[in-house]
Design a protein around this ligand. Sequence first.
Ligand SMILES: Cc1cc2nc3c(=O)[nH]c(=O)nc-3n(C[C@H](O)[C@H](O)[C@H](O)COP(=O)(O)O)c2cc1C
Length: 372
Amino acid sequence: MLGNHAVNPPVVLAPMAGITNVAFRRLCREQGGGVYVCEMITTRALVERIPKTLKMIAFAEDEGFRSLQLYGVDPDVTAAAVRMVGERNLADHVDLNFGCPVPKVTRRGGGSALPWRRKLFGRIVRQAVDAAAEFGIPLTIKMRKGIDEDHLTYVEAGLTAQDAGVAAVALHARTAEQRYSGQADWDAIATLKQALDVPVLGNGDIWEGSDALRMVAHTGVDGVVVGRGCLGRPWLFADLEAAFTKGGDYQPVLPSLGEVAKIMSRHAQLLVEALEDERHGCADFRKHVAWYLKGFPVGGDLRRSLAMISSLAELDDLLGKLDPAIPFPVESLGQPRGRINAPGKVSLPHGWLDSRDDDTVPEGAETDESGG
Ligand SMILES: Cc1cc2nc3c(=O)[nH]c(=O)nc-3n(C[C@H](O)[C@H](O)[C@H](O)COP(=O)(O)O)c2cc1C
C-alpha cells in the first residue's frame, strides 16, 4: 500500500533520469501492474516554475496513479514544491530522492550525502510529509545505504523517515561510494525491513522476475523497485507480474528480434509524440538502441546507424534490415545492463563527515544533473 493505493503486483519502476518519461512509462505500464515513477524533478526548479521542468511532469491520461520523484536539499523549498504538487494536482504520490551519487551533487552535500546530516534530513522529510498530508498525498523516500561502509545511514534515516510519517521507504542497497558497481547488499534490505514498521521496498540488481521473488524471500520486503533491468526490456514488467501471481514457474517473455524491432519503433514514436519534435524524440531514443539489441547477433555497422537515427522513417528503414526470426538471446537473461561503473571515493563538502548535527542548508546542491 502507498497511502490508500494498493500496489499490485508490488512492483515499482525506479525513477531514472532521462529514461522514465511518459513514453517509456507507457511501454512499461502496458506490460504489467505496479507503480511507474516519473523522472526526477528538482524542487527549486519546480517552485521557480522553470518551463523545462514543468514540461517534464507529464502523465498520460490513463496513468491512474501518478508518481513523481522530487529532489531537494532545503526543507522549506521541498515543502513548497510538495505543496505545489498538491495545489496544482500534479501527482498522486511523491517520492524524495536521497540516493544520487553524482560527484557534482554530493560535493555540495546533496543526494546520497544528505542523510549523513541527520537533522537536516529529518527536517526535509518531516516538512515534506506534512505538506503532502494537506493533500492526502503519500510521501516516500528512496535512499542508499550511506556514504561508504564506514558511514552508513540507512537504518537511522529509515527510522527518522518513519517517525516523520512516510508511507514507505525504498533502499537501493549500495553505498554512494559503490555507485553502480559490485552487488547490491540484500542483507541490508533485510536489516532495514526488520527495523521498520512502515513498508520497505528493496532495490538493486533485479534483472528478472525470479530475482524479485528471491529478493522478497531473502529480505521480507513489501515490494521491489526495478531500474536497469528494464532498460531495453519493458516486457520485464510482464515477467514481474507473472512471477508475483504464478510464483517461480512463470514463463519469461522472450521476444524475437522482429518483436523487439516493433517495440523499438513504438518507443521512438512515443518519444516523438511526448517531445513534440521528431528530431529531438529520435535523438532521445538513440540511448536505448544498445539496450534493446543486447545479446542479439546484429552487426556493428547496423548498430551504429541505429544509434544515430534522426527520423522515424530512418529508424524503420534500418529496423527492416534486422532478421525478424532471430530468437531472444536467452544467455543475456539475468545479466546486468545499463550503468555498471566503478566505485569511487565520494566527494563531500569540507568537514561534512565531522558535523552530523549541522543542519545548514547546503548551497548549490540542486543541479539538473541527476541520478540515484
Ligand atoms: C540512468 C539512470 C538514472 C537514474 N536516475 C535516478 C533518479 O533520478 N532518481 C533516483 O532515485 N534514482 C535514479 N537512478 C537509480 C535507480 O533508480 C536505481 O536505484 C538503481 O539503478 C538501482 O536499481 P537497479 O539495480 O534495479 O538498476 C538512476 C539509475 C540509472 C541507471
